[in-house]
Design a protein around this ligand. Structure first.
Ligand SMILES: Cc1cc2nc3c(=O)[nH]c(=O)nc-3n(C[C@H](O)[C@H](O)[C@H](O)COP(=O)(O)OP(=O)(O)OC[C@H]3O[C@@H](n4cnc5c(N)ncnc54)[C@H](O)[C@@H]3O)c2cc1C
Length: 441
């Protein structure tokens, strides 16, 4: 059997590891470079090559079926957990150990949250660190090569011909018995074009719409010292929506992300510098049915409107002003005890930028969160908008990630199956099982 894998991110690499151990003939191709050659990369190149988008990330690994994966909907939580265990064992063999959250303290937060009607999601986490990641992925590259996997870099897949079982690339044609498409978020547009061209079944993943909240770090300290990136889910009373915390950045910075037609906010913690604040995304998940199923279009329309009202910049508002129904001004922001870490946001009115439903969800969600983390619903709290997470298309598959096309499988973020390193790697293993014709015992 000849297996071809498009994309050498975590999904493609973990699939290749699995298949090569079965003694299969495996070729993995990526339009980017080898690990060694990627050092010092900048701009869009950061997302391409062996190791994929995560090579220069912080390498936070979340081993939880509740985080960064859509597999539970397809195969259930138990099997997802089993796949994540295999990912963890693999990382352990590469020297990356997970740290169990301090059980008693986490348990305490779960109970405290439950008493307030809030779901707190614990996770085993490991942290590779941006300095170590290239070394770890470099070892994977070496293992693959030693086991006979052909790694073809600087080669882009252009088209797929399912009838001929062939991939047309920038360097020629590659024939396969089974094909895995794992092009990541950066290859999602290309995959979308293949979806339409080849008639692959798909749906739109939900989009996450909301804001970034910034508070003094001491407000969050009690919880962030137990879990660096605490994940809580809150039901909102008016709309019965779920609003959740995401990407908590202790002592971090709010940042601006520029896209073609709009700006968004995001946040991160830095190793070299600490602010006095902690920020986190506060997001509402939105799925759409007819007449508009395309969640990307909806999210983009909101992002565009918010950017317009912000004069080309994200909007910043004190929570007090939002609740009082008035815009923030530079002077009012200056009165807040929280010193904003994003300096070029426009003081304004988030109620004019986001639809009412999201503003209501966010204010109600923060009020509830305040019962668990006292101080987040303070008049001084700063809110930035828009923060939107697009998750693109989800390719429809069977329980081994085979698409409706013969011998074509998908895995990872680009296919809408994951949103993180562990989730992508787990989906890579599952697709490899399918390609090798293996079944769960
Ligand atoms: C800055 C940053 C920080 C992050 N931090 C974390 C973190 O701390 N923890 C975490 O869990 N996740 C993190 N992530 C997310 C994580 O990197 C991704 O979820 C993960 O890499 C997805 O894996 P993947 O294999 O699906 O895709 P990718 O890693 O995106 O890999 C896909 C590969 O396919 C290649 N490709 C695309 N199209 C083609 C084509 N047509 N032909 C050939 N090759 C192609 C690309 O070049 C790329 O190398 C971060 C992401 C970024 C950008």
């Amino acid at each position: 059997m000849k297996f071809v894998i498009i994309g050498a991110g975590p999904a493609g690499l973990f699939a290749a590891l699995y298949l090569s151990e079965k003694g299969a003939q495996v070729t993995i191709l990526d339009k980017g470079k080898r690990v060694e050659e990627r050092k010092g990369e900048k701009g869009p190149d950061l997302l391409h090559g062996v190791g994929g988008a995560g090579l220069f990330s912080d390498g936070k690994l979340n081993y939880s079926p509740d985080i960064g994966t859509n597999l539970p909907a397809l195969i259930g939580r138990e099997k997802t957990f089993e796949l994540m265990k295999r990912v963890e064992e693999r990382f352990e063999a590469l020297g990356v150990r997970a740290r169990d959250p301090r059980e008693a303290e986490v348990e305490n937060w779960i109970i405290r949250a439950a008493k307030e009607g809030i779901r707190y999601i614990p996770a085993r986490q490991a942290h590779i660190g941006s300095d170590k990641l290239p070394e770890v992925i470099g070892r994977v590259e070496k293992i693959l090569e030693e086991s006979g996997v052909e790694i073809r870099t600087n080669e882009e897949a252009l088209e797929i011909d399912p009838k001929k079982h062939m991939v047309k690339t920038t360097r020629g044609e590659l024939h396969y018995d089974a094909l895995l498409i794992a092009p990541g978020r950066s290859g999602a547009k290309w995959l979308e074009s293949m979806v339409h061209m080849l008639g692959m079944d798909f749906i739109y993943n939900p989009v996450d719409i909301g804001v970034r909240v910034e508070v003094p770090a001491m407000v969050m300290e009690e919880i962030t010292k137990v879990t660096w990136d605490p994940k809580v889910y809150i039901n909102t009373p008016t709309y019965d929506d779920i609003v959740r915390t995401f990407c908590v950045s202790p002592y971090g910075y709010v940042v601006r992300e520029k896209y073609k037609n709009f700006v968004l906010v995001n946040g991160h913690s830095r190793g070299d510098r600490r602010s006095e604040n902690t920020n986190f995304a506060f997001l509402v998940k939105v799925s759409l049915t007819e007449p508009l199923e395309n969640t990307n279009l909806y999210g983009e329309a909101i992002a565009f409107e918010a950017t317009t009202i912000g004069g080309g910049n994200p909007i910043i508002q004190r929570l007090e002003d939002l609740l009082m129904g008035r815009r923030s001004t530079g002077e009012r922001i200056g009165k807040s005890f929280v010193n904003p870490t994003l300096k070029d946001a426009t003081p304004g009115d988030i109620a004019m930028a986001l639809p009412y439903r999201f503003v209501k969800d966010i204010t109600e969600g923060l009020e509830k969160l305040n019962h668990l983390i006292k101080g987040v619903y303070s008049a001084q709290t700063l809110i930035y908008a828009p923060e939107i997470k697009f998750h693109g298309l989800r390719i429809l598959t069977n329980e081994y990630l085979k698409t409706n096309l013969e011998d074509i499988f998908v895995a990872g973020d680009g296919a809408g199956l994951s949103r993180g390193i562990v989730g992508a790697a787990a989906s890579g293993i599952l697709a490899a099982m399918g390609m090798a014709g293996e079944k769960w015992e």
